[in-house]
Design a protein around this ligand. Structure first.
Ligand SMILES: [Zn+2]
Length: 120
């Protein structure tokens, strides 16, 4: 695959090293990008691994739409807390849609985790 689903570059230089476990995302935004790509590619294990254990759901990607594009509106980190406001564009049943969310991230040890999100 040439282009990374998250749109930031070539897959093998962008999110693939995270998906393979060769590298850890160094920022909440990098983790968010890799999670978008994982949704796009249907990488359920990676999504669960990067979901904080306190809020990790039963994940079922059966009805996962086709994720087309990610837009980062804003992101920051302070200490072990992180925040990403994003828009994700998808297609499901021939309809185009958009998910806009403000997400919280938490760093424990060397790893960032997705904690929760507020859908706008
Ligand atoms: Zn990427």
């Amino acid at each position: 695959m040439a282009k990374c689903p998250c749109g930031a570059g070539k897959y093998h230089k962008c999110c693939e090293p995270y998906h393979r476990g060769a590298r850890l995302p160094a920022s909440p935004e990098a983790l968010m990008r890799s999670r978008f790509s994982a949704f796009s590619l249907g990488l359920q294990d990676y999504l669960l691994e990067t979901w904080h254990p306190d809020t990790r759901p039963e994940l079922d990607l059966t009805d996962n739409p086709r994720w087309l594009q990610l837009q980062i509106v804003e992101s920051w980190q302070r200490g072990n807390r992180g925040y990403v406001h994003f828009r994700a564009f998808f297609e499901a049943d021939g309809q185009h849609g958009k998910l806009e969310e403000k997400s919280d991230f938490l760093k424990e040890g060397p790893r960032w985790y997705y904690l929760s999100g507020e859908i706008l």
